[in-house]
Structures are given as C-alpha cells and as structure tokens.
Design a protein around this ligand. Sequence first.
Ligand code: MG
Length: 124
Amino acid sequence: MNKLLIVDDSSTMRKIIMRVLRQAEISVDNILEAGNGVEGMQQLLSNPDIALVLSDVNMPEMNGLDFVKEIRKSHTKEKLPVIMVTTESGQGLLANALEEGANGYVCKPFTPETIRSALEPYCG
Ligand SMILES: [Mg+2]
C-alpha cells in the first residue's frame, strides 16, 4: 500500500496503531497522521494518493462519524476505504459511521491479527 492515514486525537494511540501495523507486517510506504477529522480532511486534500484511512470515532473538532460523512462527499467506499477504530464508548457513533459509508471497524484494544484481517481486503 502506498499511503495510509491514521486519524486519532491520541498521539499515543496513533503510535500504537503504527506499531501494530508493523507487527501485522502490513507493508505501507508512507503513514500520515491527523488529530481529528478536520486535520484528516486537510491531509486528504494535500495527499490525494492516500489509499486507506484508519479513523478513531471519538475526537474533538470533527468526530469519526462526521469525518466519514465528509469523505463520502468526494470519495466512494471503493476509492477510499475507511476503517473505524473504536472503543466500547464509541459503539453508538460507530453504527452511524458504518451507515454513512465506513468500510469496517476494529475494536480497541486490538491485536496485529485483528488489524491484519480488517486491512487485508484492501492491501495489495
Ligand atoms: Mg479519541
């Protein structure tokens, strides 16, 4: 995969996701980061070659649900897959995000195997 975007308001969580991606041996040339949906949209505008988005649900400024809605105004599910990363507390918003066009989700805490099976359909 060329470029992947990780959107989460916790920089620790973004680091954990990056580490798990490495452990899952998902080969990505370039990983970009954003702290919320607003920053995520900016990254997508400056990097039209981003191939997949991994997004948190609960975030300030623009949460994961509104972020997916925004992405789907310009990118189809096929063109830009969005996988939500969520906790128990994000379940309500997660259901809405899936309705609004998120391709799938993984629950925190996750293992390399979970991440791999969620991302594998879009790799390669
Ligand atoms: Mg969060």
